[in-house]
Ligand binder design. Structure first.
Ligand SMILES: [Zn+2]
Length: 295
């Protein structure tokens, strides 16, 4: 083999080795990405399972500690052949049971009188009629050494309108799609005006002071664990529980609490149902992801 030919084949071998090395690196990277993805999926699954287990534990503890007055509904329902206790017809029109979701929008006429809550220095507004219940809940949580904080409450009509319109404009610009299509997509992230409970002043996003992210991890904070177990005593429910998205139309939101009054909160929580079910309303059909984005 001539020197020139040998140099040529050495170059080709080197080039081939480089290609093999590059392919190996790429293959490793995709492997790592896949492992990361499955880990993440597994984590999500585990966190949901943990939540289900937590719920079971909570039930057991309550029964064990003989809280007959606090947990009678499910037992009664079981004894009576699991017949659920739902809202009575006469109650359904009460302000605190007002259903607001993607299929049941409110109008501007439903906007209540709001007052600044008294538990936070940020001065969030809520329906005037729930200020005291909220204050009591925070007082009791803090007495347990917990530090919950509000990160969103009442949203004025005009605010929701501009949040939604801004989102539509951005989607149109970023994706180059017509307004009608952009509106559908925008509504899966930012609530269409009239469809967010934050507009009736009965909903609050509450997070742990030490963990302020609006994600699934929120449910593992001591503040959230306490709220999930106790908020019903003050008339609040965790409005978008895990595994109920097909009914509520909203993802699991372990930070979004809704005032429904003490009786309803107790019955909804103990029977592990949603406000939609309690009111005998149809599951939400409009595709929604979350109603809490303010971007
Ligand atoms: Zn919310």
């Amino acid at each position: 083999m001539s020197t020139r030919k040998r140099r040529g084949s050495i170059r080709r071998i080197r080039q081939r080795n480089r290609r093999v090395a590059l392919a190996t690196v790429l293959a490793c990277m995709s492997c790592m990405a896949a492992v990361f993805y499955f880990d993440k999926k597994e984590e999500e699954k585990i966190s949901q399972e943990t939540y289900a287990e937590q719920e079971k534990e909570t039930d057991k503890e309550s029964t064990a500690s003989g809280q007959t007055e606090e947990q009678p509904v499910q037992e009664e329902a079981d004894a009576a052949g699991t017949e659920l206790k739902l809202a009575e017809e006469s109650e359904k029109n009460q302000w605190y049971l007002k259903l607001v979701n993607a299929d049941n929008p409110m109008t501007e006429a439903d906007v209540p009188e709001v007052t600044e809550e008294t538990v936070d220095t940020e001065g969030y507004q809520v329906d005037t009629r729930i200020v005291d219940a909220l204050a009591k809940m925070f007082e009791d949580a803090r007495a347990e050494g917990l530090n919950p904080m509000i990160c969103s409450a009442f949203r004025a009509w005009d605010t929701q309108v501009s949040l939604y319109e801004n989102k539509i404009s951005r989607v149109m610009e970023e994706e180059g799609i017509p307004e009608e299509e952009a509106a559908v997509e925008a509504a899966t992230v930012v609530a269409k005006p009239g469809t967010s409970e934050h507009q009736i002043g009965l909903a609050l996003d509450i997070v742990s002071h030490d963990y302020q992210e609006l994600d699934d991890e929120q449910m593992n904070t001591p503040e959230q664990k306490w709220l999930m177990e106790n908020s019903w005593k003050y008339g609040f429910i965790l409005r978008y529980p895990v595994n109920k998205s097909e009914i509520t139309g909203v993802i699991f939101e372990p930070w979004h609490y809704r005032y429904v009054g003490e009786k309803a909160a107790k019955e909804i929580t103990e029977q592990d149902i949603t406000l939609e079910e309690y009111l005998g309303a149809e599951p939400v059909e409009t595709a929604v992801f979350s109603t809490d984005s303010q971007e």
